[in-house]
Design a protein around this ligand. Structure first.
Ligand code: KPC
Length: 532
């Protein structure tokens, strides 16, 4: 379907996308320039500066940036919408479920208190929220397509699988497209370990959950200890679906996460246990059992004991594997032993003119890396000499809390600076102070907890280097601090760093979720810094 001259509104886009998703044989959606010399079909002139294979966050942002710089990108995607897995199966449902977990948690703690009704677990349905998500996800899809065509002026071919022919040529929708460069943003898919029984009905990952769930789970076993395991597990448990996490590594000590402060980890994982989740660390899943449908999971515990956990719902939180096979086979891109496309800091693969971005490459499978890697590829293609180093970044996850962190942990700071590390923390660590009953920290999202369940009102820690007075790290459990952390990250990474004096002289928007500004101000007057 050629939509170049149509200017669909959001409802029309929504309807078209839904029609395409419902019919696997539906036509490709073509938004291509009319210019006959435009790089389609003719073969001779590589008319596009780049074909972005994959229109997820990396491809969409890369293509948009290239177009804004005056370049000519083309996006090709197998899905009938742009934006990739984020609005369809990943970040957006995760945030919907995490927000529900936070709400449900509050309703449970305050059941039948003040204006809260008595908590009715029968109304907290995983299936219903999955349906709410699936019914509503099309509006983000529609907007991505509309914005990319009408505002960002980027050409695309959707609902058409791309076949890479060589490093300048891609076929899709029965046409051949030629370009000076290829930018591969083909994403990743959940990967399962080799455990017998994972083919049974009732075993899901974050993709299968939104695409296939058709019953209300009553008991959940999660295999794996990833962010996904903690986030989805916290939601399932908050609905009343009792959840056990089976993880080889201690939670938040998996290889994929760095800079996790031990006090923060204990508050977070302790909080999950306080809410009744069973967390089996050092445990090995042995088999998933049942007939056609899952009935139990056999687990070898850290103690060596082997137990059978009855369940009607297994959720896999064991990570993802990049989609590198086609690009490796056809154009020979180098792939690392962990299955990621190998790129330099300009996102160049070993094949000249071929870039890889997003979840295909090393580093965290997070949005900032996806989008910025796409933009880095685009800017380099357009002649800039730009590097993107994603080894340091602020990070976050959700349980029934929002957990954010950046920079060094206390232990890492002490490894580097010995005793010259100052900790500013809330609640403070003082033996015998009865801090569980201290209604601090408190701010948005934690005020009710502060007054009625003070031990639930969060945790925060600032790590400062005594001699230079620079902030080395910040760690937060509560709500509403993600924004602050993306700016804190920037400030900490500046050549001069961020000192406790500068931080303490900022204008706090009281009651600010992280209390770092005012806590720093209370200490900044001291020439020789002290803990707080
Ligand atoms: C909520 C939302 O922004 C939709 S998902 C984003 C996809 S993209 O803008 O392409 O990174």
């Amino acid at each position: 379907m050629d939509i170049r001259d149509l200017h669909l509104n959001l409802a029309e886009w929504n309807e078209l996308i839904e029609r395409c998703l419902a019919d696997p044989g539906s036509e490709p959606v073509l938004n291509l320039d009319r210019d006959p010399e435009s790089g389609t079909d003719s073969g001779a002139d590589p008319g596009y500066d780049a074909v972005f294979v994959g229109g997820g966050a990396g491809g969409r942002f890369g293509a948009a940036y290239m177009r804004a710089m005056g370049g000519r990108p083309l996006i090709i995607d197998a899905w009938p919408f742009l934006g990739g897995s984020c609005p369809h199966q990943a970040c957006v449902p995760h945030h919907l479920f995490s927000e529900a977990a936070e709400e449900l948690d509050r309703m449970r703690w305050f059941s039948d208190e003040m204006f809260f009704p008595k908590f009715d677990a029968s109304r907290a349905s995983i299936l219903e929220l999955v349906k709410v998500f699936v019914a509503g996800r099309g509006s983000a899809h529609a907007f991505m397509n509309w914005q990319t065509k009408e505002q960002l002026d980027v050409e695309y071919v959707l609902n058409a699988r791309a076949t890479i022919v060589d490093k300048h040529t891609v076929q899709a929708a029965g046409r051949t497209f030629r370009a000076k460069n290829l930018v591969l943003g083909m994403g990743a898919r959940p990967v399962n370990p080799d455990i017998p029984g994972l083919d049974k009905r009732g075993v899901f990952d974050f993709v299968g959950l939104v695409e296939e769930l058709d019953y209300e789970p009553t008991r959940c076993v999660i295999i794996g200890g990833s962010k996904v395991a903690m986030e989805y597990g916290s939601f399932f448990h908050a609905t009343g679906c009792n959840t056990t996490i089976v993880s080889r590594s201690p939670l938040m000590r998996t290889k994929a996460l760095h800079h996790v402060d031990e006090d923060l980890r204990q508050y977070v994982v302790g909080g999950m246990r306080k809410r009744g989740m069973e967390i089996l660390e050092g445990a090995q899943p042995v088999s998933v059992n049942g007939g056609d449908r899952v009935r139990s999971v056999t687990v070898a515990l850290a103690s060596g004991e082997v137990v059978d956990i009855e369940t009607d719902f297994v959720f896999m939180g064991t990570g993802e594997r990049p989609n590198v096979a086609q690009a490796r086979q056809v154009i020979g891109i180098e792939v690392s032993p962990n299955g990621r496309a190998v790129v330099d800091k300009r996102m160049r693969t070993n094949v000249p003119g071929v870039y890889a971005i997003g979840d295909m490459i090393d580093g965290p499978m997070e949005m900032f890396k996806a989008r910025k890697s796409g933009v880095t590829a685009a800017r380099n293609i357009m002649g800039e000499d730009l590097e993107f180093d994603y080894t340091e970044f602020p990070d976050f996850l959700h349980t029934t809390y929002e957990v954010t962190w950046v920079g060094l942990t206390e232990a890492e700071a002490r490894e580097r600076h010995g005793d010259d590390v100052i900790i500013i923390q809330m609640p403070p660590y003082v033996e015998g102070l009865d801090t569980p009953n201290l209604p601090l920290p408190c701010a948005e999202g934690t005020m009710l907890y502060a007054f009625r369940r003070p031990e639930l009102s969060g945790f925060q820690k600032l790590v400062v280097h005594g001699a230079s007075r620079k902030v080395l790290g910040a760690h937060h459990v509560g709500y509403g601090a993600k924004d602050a952390f993306q700016y804190l990250d920037y400030l900490i990474q500046q050549p001069g760093g961020l000192t406790i004096d500068t931080l303490g002289w900022m204008n706090e928007l009281f009651l600010n979720p992280e209390h770092f500004v005012q806590l720093s101000r209370l200490r900044a007057g001291k020439a020789q810094l002290k803990h707080l």
